[in-house]
Design a protein around this ligand. Structure first.
Ligand code: FES
Length: 354
């Protein structure tokens, strides 16, 4: 289960930030090996306070463990020919990192594995970076001798869409029935720098595909917009910004909103701090809005079943020779890609790793 991860305790914040700013698949900075530790040191106190405010760390490891255990148990029933199944977690910037995951997999003598991204929509900054890291560990011997296949994106999987739609419906129930259908659904995803979007990264269009599928499942019951959060630094990022959209809606007199996190599978700092502590609080207190936040997927049994269904179908199709180790779409590099590792990684996974 590949994801970015988050510091489980506040003291882990600095190392998390340092790993993130050092990731050249995510961003290229001048003198990165020197600048990254400096930025991490500078930003740590503020981010530590935010993790403190959400309960002393990120819950992403706890939720991923829960989801993984539930998925593996279901998978034993759904696809017994490859049982027993076990979920391993490889986070990109927090423990357990890929090295720790590799140690556990080696200790268990794993010979066959599915690299299952936990980002529903593909971006080279997220899933791409995790796959590049797995590839590096595969060729340097840390994770060698394993036959790999990849589930690289699943932003419109019906089970995932159902799980999100149910959480939206639950949030809508909190509004008075007389105003419910006028309530605006504001789908919020982590933004991307425009340099990444313009390179041809598929994330923005895949997030839009998820939103469209959720709205279709909801019968287009409410007006909606897709907005983008967590922009940092002076360079242009994908917009509109989530907080600016809330202000704009308030100005237009559309003061009832459900905020829907749409690009992550569990709570993390961007939902618990940015959406809840910052945007929802400001919208209620300063803009006089009625705002509810749709719950994250966390322990949703519908979502855990969806993960198991995706993995079971993948294993079944793979065993039957109906699919290759990687999807057709994964084979295509961004038209503006200048990162040679992307090409090598895709070629390596396409032949099943090892
Ligand atoms: Fe997208 Fe390399 S940046 S394939």
């Amino acid at each position: 289960m590949l994801n970015m991860g988050g510091p489980s305790t506040v003291p882990e914040t600095h190392d998390f930030l340092k790993s993130l700013f050092l990731d050249r698949d995510l961003m290229q900075l001048p003198f990165q090996s020197l600048l990254a530790p400096w930025i991490a040191r500078r930003r740590s106190p503020m981010i530590e306070q935010q993790y403190e405010a959400i309960g002393g760390g990120s819950p992403i490891l706890r939720w991923t463990e829960h989801q993984g255990a539930g998925m593996a148990a279901l998978l034993d029933e759904l696809h017994p020919t490859t049982a027993p199944h076990k979920a391993y977690i490889a986070f990109r910037y927090a423990r357990p990192l890929t090295d720790e995951c590799a140690t556990r997999m080696r200790a268990d003598g794993v010979k066959r594995a599915v690299a299952f991204t936990q980002y529903p929509q593909y971006s080279c900054s997220t899933t791409g970076s995790s796959l590049n890291e797995l590839y590096r560990k595969g060729i340097d011997g840390t994770l060698s001798g394993i036959e790999w296949s990849v589930i690289d994106r699943w932003g419109t999987h019906p089970g995932f869409i159902e799980a999100v739609a149910q959480n939206v419906e639950r949030a809508l129930q909190k509004f008075n029935p007389s105003v419910r259908s006028d309530t605006v659904l504001l789908f919020s995803a982590h933004s991307l720098p425009m340099s990444v979007v313009n390179r041809g990264d598929p994330y923005v269009s895949e997030v839009a595909g998820t939103v469209q599928a959720v709205m279709q499942r909801l019968g287009y019951s409410n007006p909606w917009r897709l907005v983008w959060q967590s922009q940092v630094g002076p360079r242009p990022w994908m917009g509109p910004k989530t907080d600016a959209a809330l202000k704009g809606l308030a100005k237009l007199g559309r003061k009832r909103v459900v905020l829907v996190p749409i690009a992550f599978t569990s709570d993390h700092i961007e939902t618990l701090f940015e959406l809840d502590h910052e945007y929802c609080a400001e919208a209620r207190e300063s803009l006089g809005m009625e705002v509810q936040r749709a719950e994250s997927l966390n322990d949703s049994p519908v979502f855990i079943r969806a993960l198991a269904d995706m993995a079971a179908q993948h294993l079944k199709d793979y065993s039957a020779g109906k699919i290759s180790p990687t999807s057709v779409q994964m084979g295509l590099r961004c038209p503006g890609c200048e990162n040679a590792t992307c090409g090598k990684q895709k070629a390596w996974f396409a032949k099943g790793g090892e």
